[in-house]
Design a protein around this ligand. Structure first.
Ligand code: FAD
Ligand code: UQ1
Length: 440
């Protein structure tokens, strides 16, 4: 909630009452970045080299910054959770101002943001980049939070529950191993099935596969949104005897009975109850509450930051840009997409700062390394048209050890050392070299 004096200030016309003695003054920055995750941190680093770093503020409440793509490997026992996180202080550019608070209200008509904390003055900006990510809504599934305290229920999507995934795979005895995909947009749409393939491999390695019925219950009507990779994944699930139930959405967990209830999205009002020995849940996700309640025209009706999908500039406010999972860009929400967006956003914001038109064009590039075992990966890369946009001159729909090595051993270094320091705009340049200038 805004304090009374702040409400008075933001509701009044700019200037007059704003600077009066009875209302708090705002802190002013040339550039404010909201969110210090993959997108916010990378953009702050880029601009800390372009403008006076003292004129940049990052609003970010978290102590820790996580390399979330690592959690697939943590759940599968290939990496430790501790390796996936670093202190926020260590990853944000040193010379900028870190406001360790939450943004609790956006006032884009007045270039102001209210932040959490008692008696905080509002933050005023000339330019704004919004990168708040997407909210996990575990509480939208009845019984789930309590179920996480019981054996077999886990989720790679949170540092609170990811260690439980490995525990559940290792502790598996006999029965259904169920992996879910919710009925909302999510980040890394491949992750719900990556951990299923890893669990399947583990069961095979440890002589448990004949006792496991591996099931993928997904709300989607397809296994993957890009046909080329979906075809390859259907071959994999057939070969590995994995049961896929489309349009099947988790609504309730009854941990005492180890049962999970799924609604049939094609037959409203009907549901099916599954017994489980292991249940890996990908939670429903959506815009952060503040975006739905206190962001005005910054967001579209669903609560996602409303951007021009090519320039990444806001559709209404020319001094506002956005990137990553909090936006309504119609591509798959991944760190790889964020990398591609960072290059375009920084070019376009820099143009706007210098009175020029934003000419950089984002093509919707995104990538999902679909880990399919302890040594293989299908490296999906595609664009807004859902057509493959592959970096390497090989068929990336084929399971590959090189792609696995890239995901497990190379990408973390690229993320921590290049991307967060503003030096990684995705692999477009390599793609052009690998394809010798031909193709996209
Ligand atoms: P985030 O990195 O989530 O950062 C958002 C930041 O905003 C957070 O630090 C948060 O604290 C902050 N914030 C939130 N609300 C507020 C507020 N009100 N005020 C201020 N700050 C706020 N991507 C890939 O490319 N490849 C993969 O293999 C891959 N695998 C994944 C596997 C899993 C299990 C998960 C969970 C994700 C995976 N991703 C992968 C997705 C990737 O991690 C995200 O798409 C990426 O982190 C999005 O970046 P972002 O900056 O938009 O959001
Ligand atoms: C990528 O650029 C990226 O961003 C840092 C990821 O996030 C961790 C990825 O998982 C992938 C696959 C890419 C794309 C990079 C290449 C070299 C294909």
């Amino acid at each position: 909630m805004l304090s009374k004096s702040t409400q008075t200030m933001v509701l009044s016309t700019m200037g007059k009452r704003y600077f009066s003695m009875s209302t708090p003054k705002s802190k002013h920055f040339k550039l404010v970045v909201v969110g210090g995750g993959a997108g916010g941190c990378s953009i702050a680093a880029k601009f800390a080299r372009k403008i006076d770093p003292k004129s940049i503020a990052v609003i970010e409440p978290a102590d820790m910054h996580y390399y979330q793509p690592q959690w697939t490997m943590v759940g599968g026992g290939m990496k430790k959770l501790e390796e996936s996180g670093r202190t926020m202080e260590s990853v944000l550019p040193k010379s900028i101002t870190w406001l360790k608070e939450k943004a609790v209200g956006f006032y884009p008509d007045k270039n102001l943001i209210q932040i959490s904390g008692k008696n905080q003055e509002p933050i005023q900006y000339d330019y704004l980049v919004v990168a708040t990510g997407i909210q996990l809504n575990f509480n939208q599934i009845k019984g789930l939070i309590q179920a996480f305290d019981t054996p077999g229920v886990c989720s790679n999507y949170s540092p609170l529950y990811v260690n439980k995934t490995l525990e559940s795979i290792k502790g598996f005895k006999k029965g259904n191993a169920i992996f879910t995909f919710p009925n909302t947009p999510i980040k890394c749409a491949g992750a719900p099935q990556k951990i299923m393939y890893i669990a399947d491999s583990y069961f095979r390695k440890h002589g448990k596969r004949q006792d496991a019925n591996v099931v993928f219950n997904t709300s989607l009507g397809v296994l993957f949104g890009v046909k080329k990779y979906a075809d390859a994944l259907w071959e994999i699930v057939k070969k590995r005897d994995i049961k896929v139930n489309l349009r099947t959405n988790l609504v309730e967990v009854i941990p005492k009975e180890r049962k999970a209830i799924f609604e049939n999205l094609d037959k409203p009002g009907t549901s099916e109850t599954f017994d489980y020995e292991m249940l890996h849940v990908t939670p429903p996700m959506g815009p952060h509450d503040v975006m739905k309640t206190s962001a005005g025209d910054l967001v579209d009706p669903a609560g996602y930051v409303n951007l021009n999908k090519t320039t990444l500039q806001h559709v209404k406010y020319q001094n506002i840009f956005g990137l990553g999972d909090c936006t309504n860009l119609p591509t798959s929400k991944t760190a790889a997409a964020v990398a591609g967006q960072c290059g375009i956003l920084s070019q376009n914001l820099w143009s706007v700062m210098n009175g020029k038109d934003p000419l950089g064009q984002y093509d919707g590039y995104t990538s999902c390394p679909l880990v399919t075992s302890y040594s293989t990966c299908v490296l999906a890369e595609f664009d807004y048209t859902s057509q493959p946009l592959e970096t390497f001159p090989v068929n990336q729909a084929k399971e590959s050890r090189v792609a696995f090595h890239l995901k497990k051993d190379i990408m973390p270094g690229i993320y921590w050392n290049l991307m967060l320091n503003g030096h990684w705009n995705g692999p477009a340049a390599f793609r052009k070299i690998a394809h010798l200038g031909f193709g996209k």
